[in-house]
Write a protein that binds this ligand. Structure first.
Ligand code: GDP
Length: 364
């Protein structure tokens, strides 16, 4: 599955947030190395459309789609030199598909800040520097290898070298590799480097409870300015509030959020943003037995989507009957949509769109 890794300095609220997201106990203690091993959790992706489809179709079962979150602890200054649990930590980041970077904005004299005071830009710099240094080592090693291969005269090594040099220049200037504009072909050339700073990233500003629903502090604004320079998204949450919300029933949660004057919990916002960051979209199947949300990578074809349900469906794919979510809601059921002629018949080259409700025809 596709994974979002949660990173950040110690004591910024990663575990608190991760526990709230997954409702799994990972032990949030006031201690830098309390979560040594990466903690993984499968998380349901909240989707209002699934609730609506369930209401109108009234199936026996409703199944949401899910993504994986990993709590990656242990990053401190010097991690790229093996400080703390540096190398182990970095290898865990290599395995995730996107990065959620938690930054501490809340003030609390009881919770030690590893650098002494609250300074989001300095903290972002500390983490990003470690990731950039790790990538620099990877890129320099790769350049050495590629240099030897250049003698073969093969064009692909020349191309690879050009991409590596471009990225090295950015890293040397303290820029993450994702700031370098690369074509998909160029990205392919260096894919086996698994660069940390090439992964899509979003920032989470962890603010204190009393800041929720208020004007943003200068700390949050500083993060926004930084994120803008990377074209990254920023989500504001209070990890402690989210931990409380995670324990409430749906009705209690609605009341609680209303009291705080917010529409959606920070967790729901974060899970959805993580989903988007991973480049994922949702399609649905909707029958009397089950209404279900499925995940595919943006750009997937109809047979690939069918393959998410069953490999036989992909192998024996004949066609897909597709109706957009809005049209299905208007029609009231898949059968009505068919009768009303709003169902489209799509072939094997059709690219699945977010919100498509699909019925796949296949040979067994
Ligand atoms: P991690 O090291 O980044 O995983 O940080 P933790 O999630 O373990 O949090 C460290 C400490 O900060 C814990 O005692 C949390 O209860 C506390 N903490 C986390 N988020 C908040 C917050 O939004 N406000 C306050 N006041 N404390 C928080």
């Amino acid at each position: 599955g596709m994974k979002c890794g949660i990173v950040g300095l110690p004591n910024v609220g990663k575990s608190t947030l991760f526990n709230a997201i997954t409702e799994v106990g990972a032990g949030a203690e006031n201690y830098p190395f309390c979560t040594i091993d990466p903690n993984m959790g499968i998380v349901k992706v909240p989707d209002k459309r699934l609730e609506v489809l369930t209401e109108i179709i009234n199936p026996q079962e409703t199944t949401p789609t899910a993504i994986e979150f990993v709590d990656i602890a242990g990053l401190v200054k010097g991690a790229s030199d093996g400080e703390g649990l540096g190398n182990k930590f970095l290898s865990h980041i290599r395995e995730v598909d996107a990065i959620i970077h938690v930054v501490r904005c809340f003030e609390d004299s009881d919770i030690t800040h590893v650098e002494g005071d609250i300074d989001p830009l300095r903290d972002i710099g500390t983490i990003n520097t470690e990731l950039i240094l790790a990538d620099l080592e990877t890129v320099e090693n790769k350049i050495e290898k590629t240099e030897r291969m250049l003698k073969s005269g093969e064009k692909k090594y020349k191309e690879e070298m050009e991409v590596l040099e471009k990225i090295k220049t950015a890293l040397d200037n303290g820029q993450p590799a994702r700031n370098v504009e690369l074509s998909s072909k160029e990205k392919e050339r260096i894919r086996d480097c698994h660069l940390l700073t090439l992964k899509p990233t979003l920032y989470v500003a962890n603010v204190s409870e009393d800041e929720i629903g208020k004007e943003e502090s200068r700390h949050v604004q500083a993060i926004r300015n930084h994120a803008a320079s990377e074209e990254a998204e920023v989500i504001t949450v209070s990890a402690e509030v989210e931990a409380e919300v995670a324990e409430l029933s749906t009705t209690e949660e609605e009341l609680f959020l209303e009291e705080l004057g917010i529409e959606e919990s920070g967790l729901d916002k974060l899970i959805k943003a993580g989903y988007k960051l991973l480049g994922l979209i949702t399609f649905f199947t909707a029958g009397p037995k089950e209404v279900r949300a499925w995940t595919v990578k943006k750009g997937s074809t109809a047979p690939e989507a069918a393959g998410k349900i069953h490999t036989d469906m992909q192998k024996g794919f004949i066609r897909a009957e597709v109706v957009t979510y809005d049209k299905l809601v208007e029609a009231g059921s898949f059968a009505d949509a068919r009768d009303e002629g709003v169902l489209r018949v799509e072939g094997k080259d059709y690219i699945i769109q977010d919100g498509d409700v699909c019925y796949f025809r296949f040979n067994v």
